[in-house]
Design a protein around this ligand. Structure first.
Ligand code: SF4
Length: 365
């Protein structure tokens, strides 16, 4: 009899079966949203979604509870040894239903080392996130806003000296090494040695921003300012010296297509296509502001409203429909049934198999 072998490492695991073909199901806990699609669609009921949020709420301090962007779920959960899901390897038939329906590839089934999403007979969701480097100005707003820390923006700034319009010089015959300029220089570009007999003053031309504070404050008028712009007209900066270049990278393993990058990008360089369309609503009457939904949401699509002041009670959470990925983890976590998430459209590659069509239809509302 062929049996499944399970290997657990940290919060991840592999289930492997070797027969005519080698099937391997890998689970990556830090990628998992805890949405439970796998649990609800597994044909042999081998998968259990674990109550991470409820467990965690008993074990963390209130500081973590309200920590907003810092509370990306994988950090939030760092100290816990509970996997988001469990799979009973004796029941699992390695059919790949969970892998095909997982919206973030936390479960990946390979057949002879090929992921099923690369095999034409299996479907995969149509979703993407990208940043157009021609439009990007490398402001890093997306990197800061991304709740999954999936974006890295590397930027190369122009040389500051190329953007400065002049140079500062010191007439050492006039300088009395008082150090007033050194103390006032906002760029910390001046170093004065006050030691008697060894006095000196040095101006770092790379650090100087030509603000002229030193010249204006010098009691002996020893500082000379040479304005490059004045000699050549109004402004002699070469525009090419001021260009910021760079590179943007989205980690496809961590990105869940929440759309924060697109939402905050000032130049429309970021584009996101979500796999699911739908809606999220919070019933203000039922919500007790316990925060379980805020804790499990990996998209920062739920938040507490800004407090009205000391002593005021936050009545209920707010849902940002724009940034919700319709995973439903929040609705599952809510002990009061206050959240309704609807998945009205599921965008996926064409599929002929009736079983897969039914499975994809079943995750729609
Ligand atoms: S929606 Fe539910 S889980 Fe979220 S704060 Fe309100 S009661 Fe708690």
């Amino acid at each position: 009899m062929i049996r499944n072998l399970k290997e657990v490492k940290d919060n991840n695991f592999d289930i492997t079966r070797s027969a005519d073909e080698v099937r391997n199901l890998s689970f990556n806990d830090h990628v998992c949203l805890g949405c439970g699609i796998c649990e609800s669609t597994c044909p042999v009921e081998a998968i259990t979604l674990n109550a991470i949020a409820v467990d965690a709420r008993h074990r963390i301090s209130n500081d973590v509870y309200f920590s907003g962007h810092e509370k990306i779920a994988q950090n939030f959960k760092e100290d816990f040894d509970v996997q988001r899901i469990s799979i009973d390897e004796s029941k699992c038939v390695l059919c790949g239903m969970c892998s095909g329906l997982c919206p973030v590839d936390a479960l990946v089934l390979t057949i002879d080392d090929v992921p099923i999403k690369e095999i034409e007979a299996y479907p995969h969701y149509i979703a993407f996130s990208e940043i157009d480097d021609d439009e990007c100005v490398y402001c890093k707003r997306c990197e800061i806003a991304c709740p999954r820390d999936a974006i890295v923006i590397d930027r190369i700034l122009p040389n500051r000296a190329d953007l400065v319009t002049g140079e500062i010089d010191v007439d050492e015959d006039e300088c009395i090494y008082c150090g007033v300029c050194e103390e006032l220089c906002p760029a910390e570009a001046i170093i004065v040695d006050h030691e008697t007999g060894k006095e000196s003053i040095v101006i770092d031309k790379d650090a100087c921003v030509y603000c002229l504070v030193c010249k204006k404050s010098c009691p002996t008028n020893a500082i000379k300012a040479i304005c490059r712009a004045c000699n050549y007209g109004e402004y002699d900066l070469n525009p090419s010296d001021a260009v910021v270049t760079g590179n943007s990278v989205i980690d496809s393993e961590l990105c869940v297509y929440c759309g924060w990058c697109e939402g905050v990008c000032p130049t429309d360089a970021a584009k996101v296509k979500k796999p699911f369309e739908g809606s999220i609503e919070v019933d203000d009457e039922k919500c007790q502001a316990c925060g379980a939904c805020v804790d499990v949401c990996q998209c920062n699509a739920l938040a507490f409203p800004v407090s009205a002041g000391p002593g005021s009670r936050m009545e209920h959470v707010t849902a940002f429909d724009e940034f919700c990925v319709r995973c439903k983890a929040c609705a599952k976590a809510c002990p009061n049934g206050a959240i309704t998430v609807k998945r009205t459209e599921v965008d996926h590659t064409p599929i002929n198999s009736t079983t897969w069509k039914e499975a994809l239809d079943a995750i729609k509302d």
